[in-house]
Design a binder for this molecule. Sequence first.
Ligand SMILES: Nc1ncnc2c1ncn2[C@@H]1O[C@H](COP(=O)(O)OP(=O)(O)OP(=O)(O)O)[C@@H](O)[C@H]1O
Length: 250
Amino acid sequence: MAEHGPTPTARQAPAVALRDVTKVYPGGVRALDGVSVTVERGAFVAIMGPSGSGKSTLMHCAAGLDTPTGGSVSVDGVAIDGLNETRRTELRRERVGFVFQSYNLVPSLSVADNITLPLRLAGRAPDHDWVRLLVERVGLGGRLGHRPAELSGGQQQRAAIARALVTRPAVVFGDEPTGALDLKTAREVLALLRDLVSGLGQTVVMVTHDPAAAARADQVLVMADGRLRETLHRPTATELAHRITTLESE
Ligand SMILES: Nc1ncnc2c1ncn2[C@@H]1O[C@H](COP(=O)(O)OP(=O)(O)OP(=O)(O)O)[C@@H](O)[C@H]1O
């Protein structure tokens, strides 16, 4: 067994599984109310829903960034409920990648060093072929020596996507990954995510308010009032926009 690789049993497990997850915040807000979701390996899943419906809470619980009040969560076949904070941090570092709306690159590091930073933090030697392949896929070959401030927003997000994939995580979570980008650049970044799912088998789960973005996913989880209201398979942007407007007016 590879030192950092999942066990053969875990390899068969879904990328993420939530069973009957509940989250009640101090003060009594029930942000999640019995949510069960299975994300298969190689799936591109979007989470949509009205403001306050529990999208971010769902993603944070699924990624081990927040602890559910009830139910269970597993990532790459590992139950995260029983892990202490140190083991949970290790699991996030080794099996989960993150892409944020605001890129979150380290300003003082070059693009190349930003991309390989998660490997250094995990004490792992870079797999040079994999890093080269990622840099090629995200189209940043000519920019590796630049600082993030010298890149466009779309290029910064491409670097952040390469960084998220560099550890070969079981799942990449995106929090409004195209939220800060103009329409054309957002479309390019979505096409890249789609390509990483279809071409490399990467599992991606992203929260988005944009029906056009969610329509690139294989499945759209529609949240309402802390519950999974429905799962749509390859819906169109028009269908999604209509669905969300209906939920917002309920
Ligand atoms: N730390 C917190 N403490 C208390 N209540 C919280 C906390 N975080 C979120 N909530 C509440 O939980 C509910 C779900 O919030 P969440 O952020 O998951 O929704 P969302 O669908 O991501 O919303 P948005 O689209 O506006 O980002 C909301 O009622 C919110 O006010």
